[in-house]
Write a protein that binds this ligand. Structure first.
Ligand code: PPS
Ligand code: ADP
Length: 199
């Protein structure tokens, strides 16, 4: 529900289809979801690097970075996580409208929040990429030592420890990051984009 009244939607002169034809590729959101330490940022940046190398218009929206700016008023309660994902979904939609392949790297632990974002997009534009890695492996990696802190009780509501993670039921792509190298993960995602004629 919008709070403002008397606002009118302006149709753009240059359309998404115009941008696709100028760019020579379509746009979409690669919506990564997975536990902290599963590899979302690492793989998202590797995908971005490869797309960039191929001259494709791309951008990464990363959890930690967005929480320093746009979403710095939000914490990790269920309510704040839902609002975090809602805003990122709207931002991602703008990127897709601009003709960009945008990769989002957020835990996005709640299925209903991800489904709400999916509903913002046209068929085929929202590509859910499950970065699937067992909790034990994420905890062994612990790149930011956050699991250690969560186990000591120094961080509350930590995903996988004392806050839930709802794995996707039918993701478009599943990456077993405990079994694949980063390069293999990138290839799997690029192959999907090629099969769907996005790039
Ligand atoms: N309580 C708690 N639970 C989970 N994660 C935490 C928490 N506190 C801080 N962090 C750090 O914040 C990153 C997750 O932010 P997200 O915006 O991706 O989270 S969410 O989608 O709103 O659940 C997450 O980054 P990643 O490790 O890249 O996933 C953590 O570094
Ligand atoms: N196959 C892999 N894919 C992704 N990351 C991996 C892989 N193998 C080891 N790692 C390491 O795991 C860690 C994942 O951290 P990060 O990308 O920040 O995850 P997230 O963004 O999901 O929290 C990094 O230190 C990365 O080098």
């Amino acid at each position: 529900m919008s709070k403002a009244s008397n606002i009118t939607w302006h149709a753009a002169t240059v359309t998404k289809a115009d941008r696709h034809s100028q760019n020579g590729h379509a746009s979409c959101v690669l919506w990564f979801t997975g536990l902290s330490g599963s590899g979302k940022s690492t793989i998202a940046n590797a995908v971005s690097g490869e797309l960039y190398r191929q001259g494709i218009s791309e951008y990464v929206l990363d959890g930690d970075n967005i929480r320093h700016g746009l979403n710095k008023d939000l914490g990790f309660s269920d309510y704040d996580r839902t609002e975090n994902i809602r805003r990122i979904g709207e931002v991602a939609k703008l990127f897709v409208d601009s003709g960009t392949i945008v990769t989002t790297a957020f835990i996005s632990p709640f299925r209903s929040d991800r489904d709400q974002v999916r509903a913002l997009f046209e068929e085929g534009e929202f590509i859910e990429v499950f970065i699937d890695c067992p909790l034990e492996q994420c905890e062994a990696r612990d790149p930011k030592k956050l699991y250690e802190k969560a186990r000591r009780g120094e961080i509350k509501d930590f995903t996988g420890i004392d806050s839930p993670y709802e794995a996707p039921e039918r993701p478009e792509v599943t990456i077993r990051s405990d079994q694949l190298s980063v390069e293999e993960a990138v290839q799997q995602i690029l192959q999907y984009l090629q099969e769907k004629n996005i790039i």
